[in-house]
Ligand binder design. Structure first.
Ligand SMILES: [Ca+2]
Length: 580
């Protein structure tokens, strides 16, 4: 591999290129230089053409016209382009489909392309500001001069459908677009549009996403290894169908403990495990694990060590059976048992895990944790995705039209014995299984490694949706496969306490984009990342920050399997820790 010695190779004529090839500059990337438009914004509609692409509008946005929460500087002058690729009418549901997109092209361009991979079930071309991820980002890609694209990944959110976002999955092409094809179609189109607008193609390309966007990152590294120099994936849902099964199965563990809502008559899972009981669990984890990193500070820095140390049977105090006086610092036996099952995760009849276990972490008291595990786990975000996007054949729409059945019924009746095979099934309509469409064909990303790509991964240890243990297990496989080269191409940073993509009792504000750019362009692999808490006074405060933390606490995040250990000094500062 050429590494970065080749950076000195200059832009070349054909003759120079041949000489450079002989001299070992074959894969020398072009230098990154700033650029400016060579077209008027409004000309894009008439001056740019690309197969299957319609430009719907192109209009200038003045500097200062857009101001975003938590970001001090207003957005710079840019050209906003909206369009669609591969417009069609579905033979399945008769509705119009397309890969809708928007691009924001700054007047002062930094020479780079930023693919903003969005989250959830997609369905929205959210504004292409180039989100940097984590909690309360203080900047974004557009502000830093990247040309940014955002898309709906091949379907528009269907507001007419009773449960909205998942029904597109009954259309095989829409499912394929969501799984991997939207990125494959949009990437060359966006690069070509950038080349037309600025008179030169992007010198470097980055893909950034969290959750389902992190899944897009993993899938892209595997399927389009040459398309991106750097990929930033946080909370990567690279096993999304399996995670959805685990979510629904988890809800089944709590359903017998829940009451029905008086008004709707539907089961209210939040009654099965009140927030105070999650606080008891968080306290039990802290008691066992907080000091493993050398400092009792309400933050479990040694995530892996905690999984070895924490024994739910031993460490979670059980309340005496009724009618004993209520004890605050304990869990009823039934809740404790359900939690232990939930964390261990579902298994097949043959004893194979369906998905990774969940992480014992103090962040389980985060609101997001309860939302995912106990409220929305039978709501649209998981049951509807499983019903319509992650199974073959998809469920009948009758599941969600309220005709004697509900999504909660679907979730509670999902049977591992009967239904698990549907996430790997194919049929006449769906030639690829849900797992094939949604997950990276090569999780070891061998081609991406061979071409010198950089994959920066971060994951909250208290993510209730995608288990950080799944990501840690992936990274161990990656390390085993690539040996010493592994850390030159992929690094994983756990974010202790952080819930899904942000929030929880955590220092969750960090600039991973700058770390990735330095890695790609200067060869400086991130040896650590400093994350900041968002206390009162922050641009976007985190209301879940413990009251006894400094509002400006910083913490050192380390590349897995290293752990940030306290070295002495100011307990509120990252400088007092070292990666070991
Ligand atoms: Ca600690």
């Amino acid at each position: 591999m050429l590494k970065h010695a080749a950076r000195s190779c200059a832009p070349m004529t054909t003759a120079a290129l041949v000489a450079a090839l002989l001299a070992g500059c074959a894969s020398a990337p072009p230098p990154v230089t700033d650029g400016a438009p060579v077209l008027d914004c409004a000309q894009i509609a008439s001056q740019f053409s690309h197969a299957g692409t319609r430009i719907a509008s192109a209009e200038s946005v003045a500097a200062g016209a857009i101001k975003l929460p938590g970001i001090a500087e207003p957005m710079p002058a840019h050209c906003l382009v909206k369009g669609a690729m591969h417009e069609r009418v579905s033979a399945v549901d008769g509705k119009p489909y397309a890969i809708g997109f928007e691009m924001r092209l700054p007047a002062a361009w930094n020479g780079r392309f930023f693919y903003q991979a969005n989250g959830g079930l997609d369905g929205f071309a959210t504004p292409a500001y180039g989100d940097i991820l984590g909690g309360g980002p203080a900047s974004n890609g557009l502000l830093r001069g990247f040309a940014v694209i955002s898309s709906d990944a091949g379907h528009a959110f269907d507001r007419s459908a009773p449960i909205g976002g998942g029904v597109f999955g009954r259309d095989p092409q829409a499912r394929r677009d969501y799984g991997y094809n939207a990125v494959a179609q949009l990437t060359p189109m966006a690069k070509a549009l950038i080349a037309r607008y600025y008179g030169k193609p992007p010198a470097r390309s980055y893909l950034v996403g969290t959750s389902n966007g992190g899944r897009h990152g993993f899938v892209t590294a595997s399927r389009l290894p040459d398309a991106y120099d750097g990929i930033l994936a946080t909370a990567p849902g690279f096993n999304l169908p399996r995670a959805a099964v685990a979510q629904v199965w988890g809800a089944q563990q709590f359903a017998p403990l829940a009451r029905k809502d008086d008004k709707t008559g539907l089961l209210d899972l939040s009654t099965a495990l009140p927030a105070a009981q999650l606080g008891v669990l968080a306290q039990a984890v802290l008691q066992r694990c907080d000091a493993l990193d050398g400092l009792a500070d309400g933050w479990v820095g040694d995530v892996a060590g905690c999984q070895r140390a924490f024994d739910p049977e031993r460490d979670i105090p059980v309340c005496p059976p009724p009618p004993a006086t209520t004890v605050a610092a304990c869990l009823p036996a039934a809740q404790k048992a359900a939690l232990a099952r939930l964390f261990a995760g579902p298994q097949t009849a043959q004893g194979q895990p369906v998905y990774a276990p969940m992480v014992w972490d103090a962040g389980v008291r985060g609101r997001d944790w309860a939302q995912w595990k106990l409220v929305n786990s039978v709501g649209p975000r998981d049951a509807v995705a499983l019903a319509f996007v992650f199974t073959v054949p998809p469920a009948s729409p009758a599941v969600v039209t309220g005709q004697g059945s509900t999504l909660i019924d679907y979730a509670l009746q999902f049977s591992l014995a009967r239904d698990l095979a549907r996430i790997t099934a194919t049929d006449a309509a769906f030639a690829e299984s849900p797992m094939q469409m949604m997950t990276p064909p090569d999780p070891l990303m061998r081609d991406f490694v061979a071409r010198g790509g950089k994959l920066l991964v971060a994951h909250g240890s208290a993510d209730p949706v995608f288990s950080a243990l799944d990501t840690m297990a992936w990274y161990e496989r990656f390390r085993t496969a690539h040996g010493a080269k592994a850390a030159q191409h992929a690094r994983l940073f756990l974010v202790p306490g952080m819930n899904h993509s942000r929030g929880g009792p955590a220092a969750d504000q960090m600039d991973l984009l700058s770390a990735l750019v330095r890695w790609v362009e200067q060869g400086q692999a991130p040896e650590h990342v400093v994350a900041a808490a968002r206390g009162p006074g922050a641009g976007v405060p985190n209301p879940e920050l413990p009251a006894n933390w400094s509002p400006t606490r910083t913490r050192l995040l380390c590349p897995h399997p290293q752990v940030a250990r306290y070295q002495g000094g100011d307990a509120e500062r990252a400088e007092s820790f070292a990666c070991e």
